[in-house]
Design a binder for this molecule. Structure first.
Ligand code: FES
Ligand SMILES: [Fe+2]
Length: 363
């Protein structure tokens, strides 16, 4: 495997894109598991997963590539905890189902913990020396909250606050606690392509006039712009003509502009798409080098605005994206194609992603 440090030139006007094998070779996929996904923050759930004291809710961080078993709990003091869901005895899963419990118990040999993960009891261990020890608690995993959303990480390279700061700065004015999850408007898509190809496509508006004729009617392509931050980037979609736009507060950095959509991508695999009606969260879950699940989670704020502007018809836009991304997956397998170039005008976010990806993979 080649040295990745100098693979992507920091100067976009000179840089070449990622080589095709990045999207096809299972060795890169395995490397990304440890260097990218185990080192970054991930969306986990919203607070309704553990609404009242005693609630427990098992999760996998990140489905497909990491599969780390985690357990969210809310204890009697109303504190939320994010714990390892693996029994500290011989590794059974502690909890396989959501529920409301007074304590946690492993059904294999009866080890028990309090809801904050501290060890409470274990049968047949009276003669065990140095027992219990710190290692018998359920491990606490780095996690945090933004609005109603819970995020977790295994060994993150930055704080959650740093990761989310640009989103908070631009979108913190929204009443996120009033956003409601809608199962009817949420669904998963299975894509026969590498997860990073799906991200590449998301990260440029360049293809909108070519691939999304309907969305093209809602956005002003000439005014479409991007901003880069440390671990995330933003695409700002300006509404075309009289298409629906945000009613931004007076102190907002974009006050006075007609913004139809804010598209945040957070390294490596999270997309937060804000529209006047609410938020569409896309989580890109790598299942294999050439197979990806994309979960669309819909949180509605103002339902009456759902069919208007850039935030309308998201299922159609996704299918259009999926179709072209699957075509690209077939192309990057080619023995003839190796790599391309970036449009300095339109592909800054793709370049940013590739620089972050190769930087992480090289550590
Ligand atoms: S594996 Fe959990 S008590 Fe034995
Ligand atoms: Fe697209």
């Amino acid at each position: 495997m080649q040295d990745l440090r100098s693979l992507i030139d920091p100067d976009i006007t000179r840089a070449q894109t990622l080589p095709g094998e990045f999207y096809t070779d299972p060795r890169y996929f395995a490397l990304q598991r440890e260097t990218v996904f185990a080192r970054s923050w991930h969306w986990l759930a919203d607070t309704s997963a553990v609404k009242t004291p005693g609630d427990v809710s098992p999760h996998r961080l990140v489905e497909g590539i990491l599969e780390e078993p985690l357990l969210l709990t809310r204890d009697d003091a109303d504190q939320v905890h994010c714990l390892s869901n693996v029994c500290t005895h011989r590794g059974n899963l502690v909890s396989e189902h959501s529920g409301n419990l007074r304590q946690l118990m492993c059904r294999y040999h009866g080890r028990k913990w309090r809801l904050d993960g501290t060890f409470s009891s274990m049968p047949e261990f009276a003669e065990a020396q140095d027992f219990p020890s710190e290692r018998d608690h359920l491990a606490r995993v780095p996690f945090g909250q933004w609005g109603p959303f819970l995020f977790a990480a295994l060994d993150p390279t930055c704080t959650l606050e740093t990761w989310l700061a640009p989103v908070q700065e631009r979108m913190g004015w929204l009443p996120l606690q009033a956003f409601r999850y809608s199962a009817d408007h949420s669904r998963d898509y299975l894509v026969r392509a590498n997860w990073a190809l799906y991200c590449d496509n998301y990260l440029e508006g360049f293809h909108i006039p070519f691939v999304h004729p309907a969305l093209s009617q809602a956005l002003d392509y000439k005014q479409y712009r991007t901003e880069l931050f440390d671990y995330c980037n933003l695409q700002v979609g300006v509404a075309k003509g009289s298409e629906l736009a945000f009613d931004l507060p007076a102190h907002h950095p974009d006050a006075g502009q007609r913004i139809g959509g804010y598209y945040f991508w957070l390294f490596p695999n999270l997309m937060l798409n804000f529209y006047p009606w609410g938020l569409s969260i896309n989580i890109v879950k790598p299942l294999a080098a050439d197979y990806t699940r994309v979960s669309f989670l819909t949180y509605i704020w103002r339902e009456e605005l759902m069919d208007k502007g850039a935030g309308a018809g998201l299922d159609r836009v996704e299918r259009e994206d999926e179709e072209v991304v699957e075509c690209v997956q077939k192309g990057v397998r080619s023995r003839i194609y190796s790599r391309g170039r970036y449009s300095p005008a339109r592909e800054q976010c793709v370049h940013h992603f590739h620089r972050l990806l190769t930087r992480f993979m090289n550590t």
